[in-house]
Design a protein around this ligand. Sequence first.
Ligand code: DQQ
Length: 446
Amino acid sequence: MNDPNGLIQWQGQVHLFYQYNPNGALWGNMHWGHAVSPDFIHWTDLPIALAPTPGGPDEAGVYSGCAVDNGGTPTIIYTATRGAHNEIQTQALATSSDNLLTWQKHPKNPVISVVPAESGQTRDFRDPFVWKEDDGWYLALASQIKGVGGVVFLYRSANLVDWEYLNPLFVGDIKRNGFGWECPNFFKLGDWWVLVVSAMIERAEPRVIYFVGTYANHRFVPEYEGTLDYEVLYAPLSFEDAQQRRIMFGWLRESRPDRDQVHAGWSGVQSVPRVLSLDNQKRLVSTPAPELDRLRGARHQCGPLDLSAPDTVDVAGLTLDISAEFAARPGGLCGLSVACSPDGKERTDISYDPATSELSICHTVSPIGDGRHERVVIAPHILADTEALSLRVLLDGSVIELIANGRTSISSRVYPTHDYHNQVQLFGTATHLNSLDIWEMQSIWP
Ligand code: DQQ
């Protein structure tokens, strides 16, 4: 699987669709897979929701999109692709009359097919994100303006079928924000509007970035920009749930080589659902949905204590929810190691250096597939004068989701080769650990 698609809550159930290749572990032959949950935590697989139609505008692949409730009719708006390299990208509709199980493609597909001329290219034109305003439906579409940067094109419609192109909602800066964008999300959080895009960057890994600002006269003007995640989380999709929370899922890419994915028979996972909010500096804050707390089992606690030498907490397994708070003192490097093997040969270090204001996940002694152990991922993370370092770490098999003070996220993958992991290790120099809570997490599968 890759991108989450079509998030919608329907008659109490949360529906998560996702980019899916039914024929193999690697990307290609895009369909929409489908899962449903009563609580964001326990999921049931449902049959494939959308497949390419031979001879149709989506014959080469059903790409990403969203779902809305159109006056009682569940409606998917997605990118249909044609061509040997999926280079003909148009936008299409499908509706369901059996509670989202099966979908009928609209006879007028594609409903948007002409790339605005100002784009200067026609290959990148995808991932519709739709919302409703007082004067109709609006649609944000990701693309690029050649030589200028990523762009989100804005459309309006009274009926979801006939769309009028308005103008670019926002154009990025090619140097800072990448040459093209995918998977836009545009929504209001409190008094501000937030634009999230997945940015394609020349000669670098793609990255999810966000802007916070104002929206008037069909234009978005950012006042703050940031990075939503520093490693494998990509193509996130958010929606407003029945409790009016803005909930986001993201695709967590693999970092192991293709042949290991083929050998495993699967590839890609979704992040935990994260509730989005803004802090008073317009920074995006992600909080793992509190529903996850229901999976917490045995609890291990530690602290407060001064840390000058490494300490350990005996806790077995690779499914842990960790909450740690350090009084990050100047000069006091601090952090914890997870996925530690008893022979000391494998571990992943999560650390913070107040001297450089850097948060990192270090895979130097942890396997990341293919016998490689070299990767260190670093994210800038500035703490206010009196602010403690607060770390939330969700470890689930090969997935590490690290969120520092709600606002700095590094999602990472690690592929331990040992069956047994028995410790979380604490380290620090002249550091004070305010508190540490580790919960062993229960399985969501019966
Ligand atoms: N994945 C989809 C596209 C999207 C990309 C294709 C982002 O619609 O732009 O699988 O990961």
